[in-house]
Design a protein around this ligand. Structure first.
Ligand SMILES: Nc1ncnc2c1ncn2[C@@H]1O[C@H](COP(=O)(O)OP(=O)(O)OP(=O)(O)O)[C@@H](O)[C@H]1O
Length: 380
């Protein structure tokens, strides 16, 4: 077994499972940050368990990098407290905080070899450093490149070396600031899996900034969705995708159909001439205008009319091929001619044998419809 993995296991680090019964790896309490009169971060509260992989996800300018830099001590907060493994580090300089960091641009020293880059922050005997560098290179699958210079490596290799350098001192926390965004799509996908597997094997608590929802959904144990300097929602990838708590989250993560309608006395929502049944519709909404939300893959297309709950006829508008699946647009006359999008597999599409303009029975299953009023999702 690789020495670094062995060490992680011997130190009792949690492998594969975020820690239970140990102090949080990181607690952020009421963090606020402004630049002049601009509030970049408002009342940020977050607890990260030991061994967890947390992604800070949000659009450009939402404050995720500022938050990461505050955790790292590269930026100071105007108010709030930062606790790492039970130790208050709010006033500690960066060097006194126990973390390794990888930035978007490789940030390796171009005039130093790979070995010198990785060993940069290491102290001790030169032989021990050499052993450590060899172990780290084995860990990232790049054995034997000690004497190369960064300029001789591909972008993906440089990022792996940057990762090895960040892990060299066995820090308690790994901070990743958009580490994959400068790489091309295939390398990015490959490295996503590699970083996640490595993080799980070492059990190292990791916080990664990204604006890429797919990256967050595939890598994180939990996602923190940020918008305009505040946290919109914290949850597992499944929670964030299936149960977005605000319209912002629902729109930022994944695609959705939004259908405006009016709540009827008997607990349905009317859109045009259609009454839709919705699970968990609170009675106090009666008579109000709401917006229904349904993911494109939850829309069901039928080969033949069978009737049933929330089923109506639509006209096929168009079919867009998106590689592994197809996005179908459907115009629904009984819902004021609104356009629905449905994602279906190629096999399903072939079975349905759809032609342009054809009439297609469509169902919106009640359990897949969520109700929003203005901004927030309605909870029953
Ligand atoms: N040093 C600074 N001085 C003034 N404003 C700043 C400074 N650093 C960041 N900001 C502002 O704070 C806001 C948040 O910036 P931040 O870099 O944290 O966003 P982000 O979510 O990481 O976006 P991106 O993905 O584009 O980097 C932005 O509006 C930015 O212009």
């Amino acid at each position: 077994m690789n020495r670094i993995l062995e060490q992680a296991l011997n130190e009792g680090q949690t492998v594969n499972q975020p820690g239970v019964g140990v102090p949080d790896a990181l607690s952020l309490n009421q963090i606020n940050k402004s630049f002049g009169s601009f509030n970049a971060l408002n009342d940020i509260n977050l607890n990260v368990k030991k061994g967890e992989f947390v992604c800070l996800l949000g659009p450009s300018g939402c404050g995720k990098t500022t938050l990461l830099r505050i955790i790292a001590g590269l930026e100071s907060a105007n108010a709030g407290q930062i606790v790492m493994l039970g130790r208050d580090v709010t006033l500690q300089p960066a060097a006194k905080r126990d973390y390794g960091i990888v930035f978007q641009s490789y940030a390796l020293f171009p005039n130093l070899t790979v070995a010198e880059n990785i060993a940069y922050g290491l102290k001790g005997r030169s032989q021990d450093k050499q052993t450590r560098v060899r172990d780290l290179l084995a860990l990232i699958g790049l054995s034997g490149i000690e004497t190369k210079f960064p300029g001789q490596l591909s972008g993906g290799q440089q990022q792996r070396v940057a990762l090895a350098r960040a892990l060299a001192t066995s820090p308690g926390l790994l901070l990743l600031d958009e580490p994959l965004s400068a790489l091309d799509a295939r390398v990015r996908e490959h490295l996503r899996r590699e970083i996640r597997a490595l993080q799980q094997r070492l059990g190292i608590t990791t916080i990664m900034v990204t604006h890429d929802q797919e990256e967050a959904l595939t890598m994180a144990d939990r996602i923190v969705v940020m918008n305009h300097g505040h946290i919109e929602q914290i949850g597992t990838p499944d929670d964030i995708y299936a149960m977005p708590q605000s319209r912002f989250v629902a729109e930022f993560v994944g695609r959705a159909n939004w259908l405006a309608g009016e709540v009827q006395p008997h607990g349905t929502v009317r859109i045009g001439d259609t009454q839709l049944w919705v699970n968990k519709l609170p009675p106090l909404l009666e008579g109000r205008t709401v917006t229904l939300f349904i993911r494109p893959e939850a829309v069901v297309l039928h080969a033949h009319w069978q009737g049933g709950e929330n089923t109506m006829l639509a006209h096929l508008g168009g079919v867009e091929s998106l590689g592994g699946f197809c996005r179908v647009s459907l115009i629904v006359p009984a819902m004021n001619n609104l356009t629905l999008i449905a994602d279906v597999s190629r096999t399903e599409l072939a079975t349905l044998n759809l032609q342009a303009g054809q009439r297609v029975p469509v169902s919106l299953p009640p359990h897949a419809l969520r109700v929003f009023t203005d901004e927030a999702q309605v909870k029953a």
